[in-house]
Design a protein around this ligand. Sequence first.
Ligand code: B12
Length: 218
Amino acid sequence: MDDSPAQKIGRAYAEALLAGDEIAAEVAIRDALQAKLSNAEIDELIIAPAMWLVGELWQRKEISVAEEHIATEISLRVLALQREAARLARARQEHLVMLAAPSGEQHVVALRMVANLLREAGYDAMMLGPDVPPQALATAAQRHQPDVLCLSATMAGGSDQVLVAIHEVQLACPGAAYIVGGRGLTSRVQAGAGIAVCERVSDVVESVDALIKRADLN
Ligand code: B12
């Protein structure tokens, strides 16, 4: 039977500790977070067993005191990383991202992916769906005060609809930032202050983080 993700990551983590490789240890813990292991699982299934192994090897004099100290120091730093990830997810809960396909745009698969990724990362995401007229979008933005709006343009001419939507929302909700994506976008839509252009859905969480400003999340 194949090893579970926790077993594989646990092995990688233990190897990293024994090699004194802090970066590899961090990568293993980031992999665990990505694999959706809880902090309790990371503690019980990855960090604790690796430290037990370090203890056994130390007792058997197969590794030195210095190596044991380095392994412990790495694990303590990794615990701080876990705390930081949890804190970032909590901070994201305070922020609302609104998603909409502007007037005439029926394609919403990418936007749904974006909404899923944002929710997974901890953001509050409100999906308005396809073909949302600019005025309706502005009214919704005024009412719910999103920090960021995600808009998609798949069709030729979609750039204009995105620009009209942004213009309307700016009047109703001046503090909002925007992330736009979709193959219908042309150079008419430029990234700039408060506007990010994303080619791939997988870039969206990082882009929202950046727009909301690290300072706010820190
Ligand atoms: C499914 C589909 C439909 C469905 C949509 C259903 C729905 N609920 O979404 C229906 C049947 C409604 C439909 C209708 C039409 N469609 Co259509 N459709 C498609 C199809 C096959 C798949 C679209 C899709 O889901 N792609 C998967 C997503 C994940 O990828 P994506 O949209 O390309 O987005 C990627 C990036 O651009 C980016 N991204 C996109 N938006 C955003 C937003 C943000 C915030 C971020 C961060 C990233 C991001 O992330 C994605 C991946 O990383 C495409 C084919 C294709 N090549 O895409 C045609 C396609 C988009 N459709 C097309 C056309 C022409 C039409 C119709 C005019 C057909 C007709 N004659 O009626 C109508 C127009 C509807 C309208 N007014 O919007 C053309 C568009 C050509 C163009 N550029 O003008 C395409 C390209 C097909 C083709 N090769 O001709 N369609």
